[in-house]
Design a protein around this ligand. Sequence first.
Ligand code: FAD
Length: 451
Amino acid sequence: NPNRFSVIIVGAGISGISAAKVLAENGVDDVVILEATDRIGGRIRKEEFGGVTVELGAGWIAGVGGKQSNPVWELAHQSNLRTFLSDYSNARYNIYDHSGKIYPSGIAADTYKKAVDSAIQKLSNQEANLDAAESSFLSETTPTQKTPIELAIDFILHDFEMAEVEPISTYVDFGEREYLVADERGYEFLLYKMAESFLYTSEGKILDSRLQLNKVVRELQHSRNGVSVKTEDGSIYEASYVILSVSIGVLQSHLISFVPPLPRWKTEAIQNCEVMVYTKIFLKFPYKFWPCGPDKEFFIYAHHRRGYYTFWQQMENAYPGCNMLVVTLTNEESKRIEAQTDEETMKEAMEVLRNMFGPEIPDAIDILVPCWWNNRFQRGSYTNYPIYVNRQLLHNIKAPVDRIFFTGEHTSEKFSGYVHGGLLSGIETSKALLEEMRKASDKKNEGQAFL
Ligand code: FAD
């Protein structure tokens, strides 16, 4: 059967590619990678916009300059990827109110400190196993009482940072620096570099039949003896094992039916996992009207609605003269703008910019709004585990079912939500699978010796 393999890998994001690479390095070549879209990369994705290459998904290499070397940073180094150091911490000193005034740095610093202290307090309450009802009461009631600057800082702290509140493995292990990728080959070039080492490529294109694009997996039959996978175009693939790298959002969405259904401990873990939506909206202008300079890369808009066009970045450092701004929205705001037209979104963004910089600024000439929530192959941007992760939840998210091995950013205990989390999870999953294959072959050999 030409469609019979040792291992089927579902998804060609960084975890799927790194899993396949480890298998190939260990002599397991009889593999097929089934990818739903027409490209590799998944949530690492570039697009040409306004004359430059922008990153719709992952944009930073987070965790650089520490004791250990971040494997993604190493790959970037080998590929000569063009990167820029980003310093978010300046953002809190560039907070605008609705009349365009910048909050004095003392007020900003005090508000920030208060927010950090309160987050630490909240966490220690959670740690002390505060009554669940009381803690949800706190989180529901506090935001409505906050001022615009408090809301803006709450948004930056909780939706971006938290490193000041609790040590985060990425920064502890790999260092505190973050580098913005600004390369015309895109962040995704790192995936091509990895793929090139084990798949047949020519002139920068992967031509290896072990990578099958436009194959949307819809059904996965599994038992103790093997797996069978059905794709939307009616093809059937069989294998001894499957590595499933689709996002937790996709697993929650039931795009793939499992026959028999996944056990309850697994489906409960999947449903209990929180998915964050994170959207970068790109706006191109005829000329720039915002302040530039190294400490002006980020600025913030304080509004009475939390997360309303709060976090802004100007792209001048990365691409001088590109006249581009990026505004980041998350969760409910992301879902709201995905449901409206780009014209409406541009109008809202312009109103916010005019509040900050005055009525005479020019209209944007183009807008790019990525949709990670309504993308049926993503259904969100990344997992957001609470800082005190429920160990059992994480264990159950990752644990194999029959011959289905789960991988992806969401299965990384220390680095979920990051590119390096995806990369390292792929390696870890393949190592676990290789161990399983070794055990199975030892058992078979023992059986034969006995006969
Ligand atoms: P994915 O990249 O999602 O790969 C899964 C693949 O499976 C996809 O290619 C998908 O098309 C495919 N697939 C889905 N369903 C099917 C199906 N039914 N059949 C076949 N194939 C299927 N990380 C950082 O380190 N730094 C950042 O700055 C950063 N910013 C981010 C910003 C945004 C907007 C987003 C969305 C993510 C960001 N991340 C960032 C997170 C990072 O991109 C991810 O953690 C990482 O890329 C996930 O890789 P993965 O292999 O686990 O999943």
